[in-house]
Design a protein around this ligand. Structure first.
Ligand SMILES: [Zn+2]
Length: 258
């Protein structure tokens, strides 16, 4: 076990108490949860690979449509890195909490499939997933794994096996709307929950950043585990500003084993 400062220990115990009292806990996760798994948060500046280009520009729907080779050139090193990343202890602990009936769902801004790899079942992906690609002409869906090697090794832009159209990764690009079904589910979860745990999201991107506010407005408790300041820290029951990969397992341990 990690020796946390006394103040953090108290906060962890308090968060665990809230989980034990909760009947419907929802976890909202962002890119910060996967940085210990080696995936840089591309919205933060100075995080290696992601900051070489301007993501708002190159990872936009507009670039994808007008200059797909620029988009895919930027996406190529990331695709391999993200696709092959492994969950960290925070992902595994969240999956355990769900298995034990302590977490109802995970709403995520991540596209890296690490919650599913860790064993989580009910995951609502607001920014899409790296798992699949969709044809921009005929909407045929294909598995990323089928195209990944030739794309990563030779830089070949993936094309539809059905009609030859360009395949677009099923991740939500800048300038693109959130997937409607996922967004409705996420809002439902935010309004139903009695506890929301925010992990690794700086809550800067709308409309996702508004979900914890919806939860608060419906009387839920709010726990924030984050290295970054968020606009809702002031309204949270507990804020723990430490590494999620250390804090989440410590909370889960207390919830599950007392
Ligand atoms: Zn097609």
């Amino acid at each position: 076990m990690i020796a946390f400062p006394p103040q953090t220990q108290t906060a962890i115990s308090f968060a665990a108490d809230l989980f034990r009292q909760s009947k419907h806990a929802v976890c909202l996760t962002g890119a910060g949860l996967s940085t210990p798994s080696g995936i840089p948060d591309f919205r933060s500046t100075g995080t290696g690979l992601w900051s070489r280009d301007e993501p708002m520009e190159v990872a936009s729907l507009n670039t994808f449509r007008t200059a797909p080779e620029n988009f895919f050139g930027w996406f190529r090193p990331l695709a391999n890195q993200i696709y092959n990343a492994q969950p960290n202890s925070a992902h595994y602990s969240l999956a355990e909490l769900e298995k034990a009936g302590r977490i109802h769902s995970i709403v995520t801004q991540k596209i890296d499939m690490l919650h599913q790899k860790a064993g989580s079942q009910f995951v609502i992906e607001l920014h899409g997933t790296m798992q699949t690609l969709t044809c921009t002409q005929c909407y045929h869906k294909e598995q990323t794994s089928f195209h990944l090697d030739s794309f990563v090794e030779d830089g070949k832009i993936p094309h539809c096996s059905n009609c030859g159209g360009t395949l677009k990764p099923d991740v939500i690009l800048f300038g693109e709307q959130l997937p409607q079904a996922a967004w409705f589910k996420a809002q439902h979860e935010a309004r139903q929950c009695d506890l929301m745990l925010v992990v690794g999201s700086s809550l800067e991107v709308l409309p996702v950043a508004g979900l914890p506010m919806q939860a608060l407005d419906h009387g839920a408790h709010l726990v924030i585990v984050n290295n970054m300041q968020t606009y809702l820290n002031i309204r949270a029951d507990v804020v723990i500003s430490e590494d999620a990969a250390e804090v989440i397992p410590a909370i889960a341990e207390k919830v599950l084993n007392g």
